[in-house]
Design a protein around this ligand. Structure first.
Ligand code: ACO
Length: 381
C-alpha cells in the first residue's frame, strides 16, 4: 500500500484487497490450500471428473449418479456449434487461437436462445452451453488453419476425450483422456484471479454472460496469467537439454527477468495444482520417449529453490506446458486449454456477482495538472 501526496491510500493491482464474498473457492496461499465449494482440490483431482466438478461448481453440491448422468448427457448434446460460427472461425483462422476463441464465443451470443435472460438458471444454462461448445471451437480452428476438415463432436466420449478426438481425429488413449480430464479439473476455478475479476466487472454492469466470458478470455490471454504454460515450453525448447537449464535460468535471473511458471500473486507456497501435473509430466515424457523435458523442468526447479524463501514456487502452468507438448498439442493452444477448463469458473463468478450485484467501480487518484486554460488551436504553437 502507498499513500499518495493527496493522502489517498492506493493499493496498486488491488493487491490484498477483498471486494466481495464467495462460496466458490477457498485459497490459502501461505500453505498452498485450494478448495472448490469446500472440497479439497487433491481429492477432486484424484477421484472426480471434470463433468462432476462443473456440476459441483455450478450447483453447489456433488451430484448423485442420476443427476450426473443427466447433466453429462446435456453437456454432450450441446457440443455442436452453428455453421455460421464455423464460417467466422474460417474467416479469422490466421489469428491467435485465443483471439479466435474470443471471437467465436462472442458470435455464439447471436445464436443463444437465452442471450437476454440473465436469471440465474439462464446464466447457468448459457455457461454450460459455452463449456460444451468451446472445445469444438478450439479444435475446429486448429484443423481449419491446417487445411483440414473439422471433426464432429463424438457423443460417446467424455468432455476431455472428445476434445482430444476433435483436435487429432484420432481416438485418444485412456491415459491421455485422464490427464486432460485432470488438467480441466485443475483449471476450473480459482477465485478472484484477473480473468474472473474481469468477468465480474463486466457482469456488474448487468451485461450478459457471453460478454463476461469474452472479457475473461481476453484477460486470460496475457503471459502474466494464462500465457505462462506456452512460455514455459518455449523456454524448455530453447534450453534443449537438462545441462543447459542452470546457465539459462541464471542468465534470466541475473538480468532481472522472470522464469516462467514460477511465482503467483496468491500462492507463497507451492501451487497445489502443480502436484497433479508433475508426476504426469514425468511419466508421459518416459512413455513418449522424451524424458528430457521433465529433466529440464527439474533442473529449473533446482535453480529456483533459493527463491522459495521469497515465496516463489512453481505454479500450475509449470508442468502443464510439457504435458500438452507431449500430447502433440500446438503450443499456441495451451492458453485455450486453460480457457476451456475455466469457463465454468467464470460462469460461477458471474452468477455470484448477479446474486448480490453492485457496480464494480474503483477510483484512481488523479495525479495530473489542474484547471489548465483551454487555448484555441489557432493560438497554439
Ligand atoms: N521469476 C523470478 N522472479 C520472480 C518471478 C519469477 N517467475 N515471479 C516473481 N518474481 C519476483 C519479482 O521479480 C519481484 O521481485 P522484486 O520484489 O525484487 O522486484 C517479486 O518476485 C514479486 O513479483 P511481482 O511481480 O510483484 O509479484 P506478483 O504477485 O505481482 O506477480 C506473477 C505474480 C505475475 C505470476 C509473477 O510471479 C510472474 O510474472 N510469474 C511468471 C509468469 C507466470 O508464471 N504466470 C502464471 C501465473 S499462474 C496463473 O495465472 C495460473
Amino acid at each position: 500500500m502507498t499513500t499518495s501526496s493527496s493522502g489517498v491510500e492506493i493499493r496498486r493491482g488491488l493487491m490484498g484487497v477483498y471486494f466481495d464474498r464467495t462460496e466458490s473457492c477457498f485459497i490459502d496461499g501461505t500453505i498452498g490450500k485450494l478448495l472448490y465449494r469446500g472440497y479439497d482440490i487433491h481429492e477432486l483431482a484424484e477421484n472426480s471428473t471434470f463433468e462432476e466438478v462443473v456440476y459441483l461448481l455450478l450447483y453447489g453440491k456433488l451430484p448423485t449418479r442420476r443427476e450426473l448422468d443427466a447433466f453429462d448427457r446435456q453437456l454432450r448434446s450441446d457440443r455442436d456449434i452453428p455453421d455460421d460460427v464455423l464460417d467466422i472461425i474460417n474467416k479469422v483462422k490466421n489469428g491467435h487461437p485465443m483471439d479466435v476463441l474470443r471471437t467465436a464465443v462472442s458470435a455464439l451470443s447471436a445464436y443463444d436462445p437465452d442471450v437476454r435472460d440473465n436469471s440465474e438458471a439462464a446464466l447457468i444454462r448459457k455457461g454450460l452451453r459455452l463449456t460444451a461448445m468451446a472445445p469444438t471451437i478450439v479444435a475446429a480452428h486448429d484443423r481449419i488453419r491446417k487445411g483440414l476438415k473439422p471433426v464432429k463432436p463424438n457423443p460417446d466420449l467424455n468432455h476431455a476425450g472428445n476434445f482430444l478426438h476433435m483436435l487429432f481425429d484420432k481416438m485418444p488413449s485412456e491415459e491421455e483422456m485422464h490427464i486432460m480430464d485432470v488438467d480441466f479439473i485443475l483449471h476450473a476455478e480459482h477465485g478472484s484471479n484477473a480473468s474472473a475479476f474481469a468477468a465480474r466487472v463486466a457482469a456488474s454492469t448487468q451485461t450478459d454472460l457471453h460478454s463476461a466470458v469474452v472479457a475473461g478470455i481476453a484477460t486470460l490471454k496475457g503471459p502474466a496469467h494464462g500465457g505462462a504454460a506456452e512460455e514455459v515450453m518455449k523456454m524448455a525448447e530453447e534450453i534443449g537439454r537438462p545441462e543447459n537449464a542452470e546457465p539459462y535460468a541464471r542468465n534470466i535471473l541475473d538480468n532481472g527477468g522472470r522464469v516462467m511458471g514460477f511465482g503467483h500473486r496468491v500462492y507463497k507456497a507451492e501451487d497445489p495444482r502443480a502436484r497433479h501435473l508433475r508426476e504426469r509430466s514425468r511419466t508421459l515424457g518416459i512413455a513418449k520417449g522424451q524424458p528430457q523435458w521433465f529433466g529440464i523442468l527439474t533442473k529449473l526447479q533446482d535453480v529456483m529453490k533459493p527463491y522459495q524463501a521469497r515465496g516463489i514456487f512453481v505454479n500450475v502452468d509449470f508442468f502443464a506446458g510439457s504435458i500438452y507438448y507431449l500430447m502433440g498439442i500446438p503450443d499456441d493452444i495451451f492458453i485455450s486449454i486453460f480457457a476451456l477448463g475455466r469457463i465454468p469458473g467464470w460462469t460461477l463468478n458471474v452468477v455470484e456477482q448477479y446474486r448480490n450485484n453492485i457496480l464494480i467501480r474503483p477510483l484512481t487518484d488523479y495525479n495530473g495538472p489542474m484547471d489548465v486554460p483551454y487555448v484555441p488551436i489557432s493560438q497554439r504553437n
